[in-house]
Design a protein around this ligand. Structure first.
Ligand code: MN
Length: 349
């Protein structure tokens, strides 16, 4: 297990020095943010991130994410050019020492929440998702001025509507085909460079706005892993994203996929299921719906040796930071993970 921490580059309000001081911290999780989705990352930008990371005493081994261009997901004729760029990015980051690349295959919306600052009883704030609020939004209707936090503001309303309609027509089976096409080109490059691809589940893990969503549950993960049956084709086990459906048994999935050697990256986060959706609770088992100790035990027992990062924290102690990505609560999450891991390793012996 290698503990890691997401860092949004030089614009991040959190310093590498602070991250370095979190006990047991090994690696930075970052990305090049200065080029549009689909373009090739410059070697200068990659090497600058590497140098900053290593100068701070941390390792540069995980990318989150190299985003997948919509043309690839939609299977448009221009996809080959974007897949070629994607392969070139894999080669470039691998040359700089990267071992693991997180990405997702979600149409249009990267993640969806209805509020980013719900006030908890103790005065902390967290991100929440309430289905009835999402159901009121139709991104294809221009008269609707409702928008949700996390939406890509670079689309006009008309562009968004036409993109959403295109995906509705595409449907799930074609999306599977397009994912397979992508993996068949990309995984051989990963083998060559010895880099692991780690797909991130859809968040939340069910269809929204009539868009097809496929990285959602155990059955679909089994199908995904067989699309290209190679160890480099693996998962980001995001506990909060899979865990927001009560149908996903996270202890079982952690055991099964780590035993297969296909969990390359773990996003460590608890989640509280409520009648109408979910709330991002504190990391401890008692505050959410997941049994965090049983999950960590399953990973230890099945030889998990990938990267792990504390995922979204609450906003605490008056910190002003990107929602979910403050220093304090994520550092507490890392400390809690260290404790669970040590206990599980000792119990195994
Ligand atoms: Mn995640």
């Amino acid at each position: 297990m290698k503990l890691s921490f997401r860092w949004y580059g030089e614009d991040d309000s959190i310093s590498l020095e602070n991250i370095r001081q979190i006990p047991n911290m090994h690696s930075i999780v970052t990305a090049v943010y200065d080029v549009p989705v689909g373009e090739v990352w410059s070697n200068e930008s990659i090497l600058r991130l590497k140098k900053l990371t290593e100068d701070a005493g941390l390792n540069f081994e995980v990318i989150e994410s190299i985003p997948v261009h919509e043309d690839i997901k939609l299977g448009r004729p221009s996809r080959d050019k974007y897949i070629e760029n994607y392969c070139e990015n894999i080669r470039r980051v691998a040359k700089a020492g990267i071992k693991c690349i997180c990405y997702n295959f979600m149409p249009v919306f990267d993640w969806t929440r209805t509020q980013l600052d719900k006030v908890n009883e103790d005065g902390s704030t967290c991100l929440v998702y309430y289905q009835d609020q999402v159901d009121k939004v139709d991104p294809t209707k221009s008269e609707s001025d409702l928008t949700l936090p996390g939406w890509d503001a670079s689309y006009t309303r008309e562009e968004l509507a036409s993109l959403v309609n295109e995906y509705r027509e595409l449907g799930e089976e074609k999306l599977w085909d397009n994912l397979k096409y992508f993996l068949e080109k990309v995984i051989p490059v990963c083998k060559e460079c010895d880099v692991n691809m780690a797909i991130h589940p859809d968040d939340p893990c069910w269809p929204i706005f009539g868009l097809p969503r496929i990285i959602t549950n155990e059955e679909n993960m089994d199908r995904f892993l067989k699309l290209v049956d190679d160890s480099h084709n693996g998962l980001t086990l995001c506990l909060g994203s899979f865990g927001c459906s009560a149908n996903n048994d996270m202890v079982k999935m952690a055991a099964k996929y780590s035993k297969m050697g296909r969990v390359h990256f773990l996003h460590f986060r608890n989640i509280l299921l409520v009648d109408n959706g979910f709330e991002e609770s504190g990391h401890l088992s008692k505050f959410g719906s997941l049994d965090m100790y049983e999950i960590v035990k399953a990973l230890v027992e099945n030889g998990f040796d990938g990267y792990v990062r504390p995922d979204h924290g609450r906003q605490i102690w008056g910190e002003k930071a990107k929602p979910g990505y403050g220093l304090y609560d994520r550092a507490l999450g890392a400390a809690y993970f260290n404790g669970l891991w040590e206990a599980a390793v000792k119990e195994k012996k």
